[in-house]
Design a protein around this ligand. Sequence first.
Ligand SMILES: Nc1ncnc2c1ncn2[C@@H]1O[C@H](COP(=O)(O)OP(=O)(O)OP(=O)(O)O)[C@@H](O)[C@H]1O
Length: 238
Amino acid sequence: MKKILGCIRRACEDYNMIQDGDKIAVGFSGGKDSITLIYALKLYQRFSPQKFELEAITVDPGFKNMDLENAKSFLKKLEIPYTIVKTQIAQIVFDERKESNPCSLCSRMRRGAMHDMAKERGINKIALGHHLDDGISTLFLSMFYEGRINTFKPVTYLDRKDITTIRPMIYIPESTIITAVKKHNLPVLKSPCPVDKRTKREFANEIVKDFSHKIPDFRKRMLSCLQNKEQVQLWFKP
Ligand SMILES: Nc1ncnc2c1ncn2[C@@H]1O[C@H](COP(=O)(O)OP(=O)(O)OP(=O)(O)O)[C@@H](O)[C@H]1O
């Protein structure tokens, strides 16, 4: 946890993620990333120079096999307020629209439900569990499938809703999260999504893993690419 907390502190400082008085809700899927994030933020709250409130929100997409009882008791033990938003996203995406690319509609609807609940609860920041490997795989996905060099930002302000999204785990490799989950015995919820691990994203994740075995300091180099504003040399037309 020490390494994770160090990375979170550095990301928060580098990108001014947290301010005094923030009311932060972690988008809590129950998966390994968001469970690590909420556990770490709860610890970080103790020594963070900025004082902030913390809670958790789960958007329940309405899959029949999603059981949130363990999540409820885990968060209760940590004394973290917890809200579950019931939705019919699964039914709309899979049964009614029979989407061939379900992930994009699902995540848009999930984001909408999350923002609405956050507003209702007076939350001004939403923290998501994206980590360093997610940042790199999103960059690859965008290059391979969209023809552009792009990844999510560490901090995004949504004008329309007056809500800021922060990603405090952007400096943490996925393997560090997996180790922490095991070490602290965090009760991870298995994803109820029928297309989990069968998407383009999974393909990009495999590439990141493969490259990290073949290229020394691969993640470090990629992080430096993402932050190196001065040395972007591409084929811009004059
Ligand atoms: N149903 C949900 N309700 C609330 N927040 C969610 C939900 N699903 C995902 N999130 C948030 O969005 C982040 C990215 O979602 P994604 O679907 O890529 O999950 P992931 O990378 O498998 O993460 P996790 O291990 O937390 O499930 C998650 O880490 C979490 O913070």
